[in-house]
Write a protein that binds this ligand. Structure first.
Ligand code: FMN
Length: 164
């Protein structure tokens, strides 16, 4: 049994989740950033993670899977600036599931958690004319320092469940 943890991460949040998951995996395993990854061959199980950008899996991470994951056992993980229980997160997670469903992979589970948002984006939202965007700005400002230890522990528990 050989397991891969692969991730795309611009500011390190998804990478921290990837490392937490990796730490729980027994046996033969690799952890790779997307830019170190050539293909997904030779692995029995693949954890694949990325941030949500504009309501979708980050483009590079989504595009990489195209034509590469048919028939593979996959577990996905993602981070986003919105709180986990925000209504708007639900359709984003549908987009995450669709990413592998349309490629014909076997999806074992999806983990998501809130992650800190780059200050330029928080400032952009907070200075918007649109009150809803300003509210999103407030929420993302509160994501500072996330994922925290509680979220990383949830990621570890997700990994254990998938492996079991
Ligand atoms: C271009 C861009 C678009 C983003 N769009 C969203 C979004 O639609 N919803 C959201 O909750 N967070 C959004 N975010 C915030 C990231 O998903 C969040 O900060 C994530 O934890 C970053 O992960 P990383 O550090 O692994 O890159 C966006 C970030 C960037 C840079």
């Amino acid at each position: 049994m050989k397991t891969l943890v692969a991730y795309f991460s611009q500011t390190g949040n998804t990478k921290r989740v990837a490392e937490a998951i990796y730490g729980e995996i027994p046996g033969e395993k690799d952890i790779k950033a997307l830019d170190e990854l050539e293909d997904l061959e030779g692995y029995d199980l693949i954890f694949y993670g990325f941030p949500i950008q504009a309501g979708n899996p980050a483009k590079d991470a989504g595009e990489f899977l195209s034509g590469r994951c048919s028939g593979k056992k996959m577990a996905l993980f993602t981070t986003h600036g919105a709180p986990e229980d925000a209504e708007r997160v639900k359709p984003w997670l549908d987009n995450v599931r669709n990413l592998v469903a349309q490629e014909g992979a076997e999806l074992l589970g999806v983990f998501d958690c809130q992650g800190e948002v780059a200050q330029a984006i928080v400032d952009f939202l907070l200075s918007s004319d649109d009150p809803e965007r300003r509210r999103y700005g407030q929420e993302t400002a509160e994501a500072k320092g996330l994922p925290d230890e509680a979220r990383l522990e949830r990621a570890r528990s997700f990994a254990r469940e998938i492996i079991a």
